[in-house]
Design a protein around this ligand. Structure first.
Ligand SMILES: Cc1cc2nc3c(=O)[nH]c(=O)nc-3n(C[C@H](O)[C@H](O)[C@H](O)COP(=O)(O)OP(=O)(O)OC[C@H]3O[C@@H](n4cnc5c(N)ncnc54)[C@H](O)[C@@H]3O)c2cc1C
Length: 480
């Protein structure tokens, strides 16, 4: 049995800790926020102080691939999500009417997820974890302790020092302290090299509002959960206990649309979108909540083939974090958590092998999803900018991206291509895996070239700007 410290008691830290504890390790989680686990999911929503998770009351969705990982590795967490009132949802419900073939297919269950507000997910995960292992809340880690090197010339981390000066040693430290993780600074202060780091602010702002159903039902789907319009996108996500969120996503460079922070303008815009206005038909349970400055950031802790340190690995948002409009963060983190548990199972007695295997697992299984997400963010923001500046929509030069664009058209008509596209959106198959399947690219190009692009109805930019500059509360959807 090894002693393992997990830094950070968010979803990924706690999930990893539970899987390791189940393998017989002595696991302790240090969580900086001191607020104890509330008595119910609703108390978590209303009152759980979680300053460490800025997105705690922002829009949230768990992808089907994340649910599958819970099914296979943490089934009791899945059951806790059900008990917390999370909703079971099959994304095929969002198939547009333009797809004529509605016949079910074998394997359609893979598009089912269980999802809810972030507070309900955190509550469910934490309630299972606290029955299994020691979660020390209110303990902030301040720095790393090092000991004799396990591999020549590489600093070896043997424990942590908390803000209160307590020193705790362990065989393995897992940093899951989220997107604001100080791990590179901690490593440097311990004499280790900093990791490779790439970061960019894709430049999105999110304006989200939560609603509660008047009849217990979540609105029906007339569009995909994420609908791209010219200079904004709309995100509609089902939540737990009859709640849902509606988010308007804009470019942070779009000064004119920042007026959408005002509930009057925000409501007018959503009300003017024929496929989305019915999502306003509930009791608003929050104000319009803005969120911006969310960076995409990736780290690699093996530099020139050599780990920056042994005895510690980085996981979840501490390793890489992305913009949330695709709702992939927790699913990517769970993928990496499962891989980390496998790697620890094989190499806990060899710190160098563990560090290298962790890097290799991460690069193979999770980095491609990070890259894909950032590519999509970049293209989206470039398109927003082109529309704002009145330029033609930029077209991808990369052949794979061109096929992805064609898939976005073809999926609106072809039942199998709709499913293929969902596999990518739900984090089950990378675009390159889908495109490698025999005949798929030909079929995408054929359907796309023989069908019109489906443009969701919504106010034009001119109409939207006029609305934002008038005091009128209603936005008429008129031609032009
Ligand atoms: C606005 C927004 C919306 C999002 N929406 C989605 C979504 O819909 N679906 C999805 O899958 N992902 C979403 N994400 C991404 C998702 O939130 C993250 O990928 C996920 O939270 C990562 O989990 P984590 O456990 O790695 O980190 P976090 O959830 O950030 O947890 C880190 C924990 O570490 C603690 N901590 C920090 N420093 C210390 C310290 N020094 N000592 C001890 N503890 C410390 C913090 O208090 C916190 O509890 C969203 C992100 C944002 C910003």
């Amino acid at each position: 049995m090894s002693k393992i410290l997990v830094l950070g008691g968010g979803v990924i830290g706690l999930s990893t800790a539970m899987m390791l504890a189940r393998r017989g390790h002595d696991v302790t989680v240090f969580e900086r926020d001191g607020g104890p686990l509330p008595g119910s999911p609703e108390d978590a929503w209303l009152a759980w102080e979680r300053r460490g998770i800025a997105q705690f009351r922002q829009a949230h969705y768990l992808q089907p691939a994340g649910t599958q990982l819970l099914d296979s590795h943490l089934p009791d967490v899945k059951q806790a999500l059900v008990r917390a009132g999370c909703i079971t949802f099959n994304v095929l419900a969002t198939m547009p009417p333009t797809v004529a073939d509605r016949t079910p297919r074998e394997g359609d269950q893979r598009f089912t997820t269980i999802t809810g507000r972030r507070s309900a997910i955190e509550y469910a995960v934490a309630s299972v974890a606290e029955n299994l292992l020691s979660v020390r809340r209110g303990v902030a880690v301040a720095s790393l302790l090092t000991g004799p090197s396990a591999a020549k010339g590489i600093p070896h981390v043997t424990g942590v020092r908390t803000m209160d000066g307590e020193e705790v040693s362990a065989d393995l430290i897992i940093d899951a302290t989220g997107r604001a993780s100080k791990l590179p600074d901690w490593l440097e202060a311990s004499g280790a090299r900093r990791p490779i780091e790439e970061a960019e602010d894709s430049g999105f702002i999110y304006y989200s509002r939560f609603f509660r159903s008047k009849n217990g039902l979540v609105p029906s789907w007339r569009a995909r959960p994420l609908t791209h319009l010219d200079t904004f996108s709309l995100l509609t996500l089902p939540g737990d206990a009859g709640t849902w969120s509606v988010t308007v996503v804009i470019s942070s460079g779009d000064a004119a649309l920042k007026k959408l922070r005002d509930p009057k303008h925000w409501t007018a815009l959503v009300a003017a979108c024929p496929l989305h206005f019915h999502w306003l038909d509930g009791e608003p349970i929050t104000d319009v909540q803005p969120m911006g400055g969310v960076i995409d950031r990736y780290r690699r802790f093996v530099v020139d083939g050599v780990p920056t340190a042994t005895g510690i690995v980085s996981l979840g948002d501490s390793w890489a974090c992305t913009n949330p409009s695709l709702g992939r963060g927790i699913t990517m983190g769970l993928m990496q958590a499962v891989g980390t548990v496998d790697v620890a199972g094989q190499h806990l007695d060899n710190p160098l092998a563990l560090a290298l295997a962790h890097d290799s697992m991460t690069e193979t299984r999770v980095t491609p999803w990070y890259r894909n997400t950032v590519e999509i963010d970049r293209m989206r923001i470039a398109r927003f900018k082109a529309f704002i500046e009145g330029r033609p929509e930029p077209q991808p030069t990369d052949p794979r991206a061109r096929v992805s664009d064609a898939l976005a058209v073809a999926m609106m008509y072809d039942a199998d291509l709709f499913r293929a596209s969902l596999e990518i959106a739900t984090v089950q198959a990378l675009p390159q895996e889908v495109m490698r399947r025999p005949g798929v690219v030909d079929r995408i190009m054929e359907v796309a070239s023989t069908h019109e692009v489906v443009v969701p109805p919504a106010p034009s930019r001119q109409q939207l700007l006029r609305m934002l500059h008038s005091e009128r509360r209603e936005l008429q959807l008129v031609p032009g």
